[in-house]
Design a protein around this ligand. Structure first.
Ligand SMILES: [Zn+2]
Length: 212
């Protein structure tokens, strides 16, 4: 085999999705760590929303962590990434549902440079509807891994994130116990008191451990 040149082989977009408590961050960390073992150079980003765990790491339920760069938005991500792009082969992004639609053209740009791009994020909102930009990222990806959680009501495989209680607080950081994974049968689409569908998730809620 001849030497593989960066950019000379096709890149790859992988999406890891599913509801809260389905292990998306854990799977992202697993893939990035395997890439590191394979001597590939890895960089990981997360949105600047989650200060409950390590400021510069992504965390999963199993307490696995990996160093990550916290960025406010896609523009900030690009500002961090492009100066070092020639030294990077694998790019991970956690909590992709908190980035805007410009993550899509960025992912395509990176894949055309021959990069492996791994994107983890929620595919549906509390209302049970597609959660942009994740559905569009899924559409252009090479591979989608859709993880299920376990329905906390009946034990069936769960594809939905149930928000519990009323929408009294704009910021529900670390609000363990306010969310459950639910199956289709047990899921009740979340609508707040004003009748508006709840599209936003609290910061980093995917990483909230269950209450003891
Ligand atoms: Zn259920």
């Amino acid at each position: 085999m001849s030497q593989v040149h960066v950019g000379a082989h096709p890149g790859r977009i992988e999406v890891i999705t599913g509801p809260m408590f389905s292990g998306k961050s854990e799977e992202l960390i697993r893939r990035l760590k395997r890439a590191q073992i394979a001597k590939l150079r890895v960089i990981c980003f997360k949105p600047d929303l989650d200060a409950r765990y390590h400021r510069t790491a992504i965390a999963s339920h199993s307490s696995q962590t990996l160093e990550a760069i916290t960025v406010a938005n896609v523009e900030a991500l690009k500002a961090e990434l492009f100066p070092v792009i020639d030294q990077i082969e694998v790019i991970g992004v956690d909590e992709t549902q908190f980035f805007d639609a410009s993550l899509l053209p960025l992912s395509l740009e990176l894949v055309h440079l021959g990069k492996r791009v791994i994107l983890a994020g929620l595919d549906t909102t509390f209302a049970g509807e597609p959660f942009p930009p994740v559905p569009d990222l899924m559409a252009v990806s090479d591979e989608v891994t859709k993880l299920s959680a376990v329905c906390m009501q009946c034990g069936a495989p769960a594809i939905h994130t149930q928000r519990l209680g009323s929408n009294q607080s704009l910021v529900l950081v670390g609000a363990a116990g306010l969310y459950e994974a639910r199956c289709r049968r047990c899921f009740r689409p979340y609508v707040d008191e004003q009748g508006a569908k709840q599209l936003e998730l609290p910061t980093g809620a995917d990483q909230v451990p269950p209450s003891p």
